[in-house]
Design a binder for this molecule. Structure first.
Ligand code: 8YV
Length: 329
């Protein structure tokens, strides 16, 4: 019999998914869920042909050179800004991500953050828990309206479209979007969304959702000047990646109430959070959990595992992010 391929599972995942991988491969798994640095990741990858990893672990030129046997990196995430795709193409290494399986769950969480920030849910709970609720007053924790307002969506991929449908059909919102490419008419109609340029989106949105991939081009695509275009009553939600928003500028805009509130699931340099954001009351902060339901996380782990199995046993990929001209064998 031919030797079994060796793969690395670089994070603790579900026992059922691991067991399935073990049917096909010799598996080395980070069961202790240690925070390996790049050096340790490279050390663990020696002799491995595949790796299952998450967005905090980078596949870059240095790693690819140091791990000449690696053939596939399967991300357990939809965003793949942790991949240097050009270097992977050059090295002949396939990268895969986990689209579709997390779309609806992540869109749900976008609405959760929007509603929580607009209606001051976490601020109101802190108030109650602190024993400050002693009486009814007419404007106690009065927030911003969500239903019937204008929802702006920056980045109109799968998740953006799922949010647009929720906004339009569930909350009676008018939906505006901006994207690198305009959607076809049928898709626009299905999510009742209208294409506008970025400045119009910022100016007209009552609430703005960020659901675009993080690339070098859109680093700080929401900075002080962009926040200044937004309505003082607006809520900003970032579900995408830290780095898309200039967190220092956002903290300052929230402090000065140049926008009303924000809901943030992702941060520059997370798990570190900008101290200015921790100091203002009008922001809802969550620890990168938009895809975190057990069912969705299982589906993400399974899809990443299926990519490893399909590629290393049959040379097929299910959800590739690149097609290297000369794949490593
Ligand atoms: C992941 C995500 O939980 O899929 C993505 O792009 O951001 C999340 O679903 C996270 O990246 C895990 O690494």
């Amino acid at each position: 019999p031919t030797a079994r391929a060796a793969v690395l599972v670089a994070r603790r995942i579900f026992p059922e998914t691991l067991a399935r991988l073990r049917q096909h491969f010799d598996v080395d798994s980070n069961d202790a869920d240690e925070d390996w640095g790049q050096e340790e990741l490279i050390r663990r990858l020696q002799g491995k042909t595949g790796v299952l990893l998450t967005g905090t672990q980078r596949v870059d030129a240095a790693l690819l050179t140091a791990c000449p046997r690696l053939r596939i990196a399967a991300n357990m995430t939809v965003g793949y800004n942790n991949f240097d795709v050009a270097a992977m193409d050059a090295a002949g290494v396939v990268g895969t991500n986990t689209p579709d399986v997390l779309t609806e769950t992540t869109a749900d969480f976008g609405m959760a953050l929007l509603l929580a920030a607009a209606r001051r849910v976490t601020e109101a709970e802190r108030f109650l828990r602190a024993g400050q609720w002693t009486r009814w007053t007419v404007d106690l924790m009065a927030g911003a309206e969500v239903h019937g307002t204008t929802l702006g969506i920056l980045g109109m991929g799968r998740i953006g479209q799922a949010i647009a449908r929720r906004g339009a059909h569930g909350f009676g919102m008018r939906v505006l979007y901006h994207n690198r490419r305009r959607l076809d008419a049928a898709t626009e109609q299905a999510c009742r969304a209208t294409y506008v340029d970025k400045a119009t989106l910022l100016r007209e949105a009552d609430h703005l959702m960020l659901v675009l991939p993080y690339t070098p081009e859109n680093h700080h695509t929401i900075g002080a000047a962009d926040l200044a275009l937004m309505k003082p009553t607006a809520v900003l939600v970032n579900l995408a990646r830290g780095g898309i928003v200039d967190d220092a500028a956002l903290a300052e805009a929230l402090r000065q109430r140049r926008i009303a509130a924000a809901g943030l699931d992702v941060f520059e340099g997370e798990p570190h959070v900008h101290p200015g954001l921790l100091q203002v009351p009008n922001v809802v902060l969550t620890p990168h959990i938009a895809s975190a339901t057990l069912r969705t996380r299982r589906a993400m782990a399974d899809l990443a595992a299926d990519n490893l199995i399909a590629y290393l046993t049959e040379g097929r990929v299910l959800t590739p992010v690149n097609r290297p001209p000369q794949p490593r064998t």
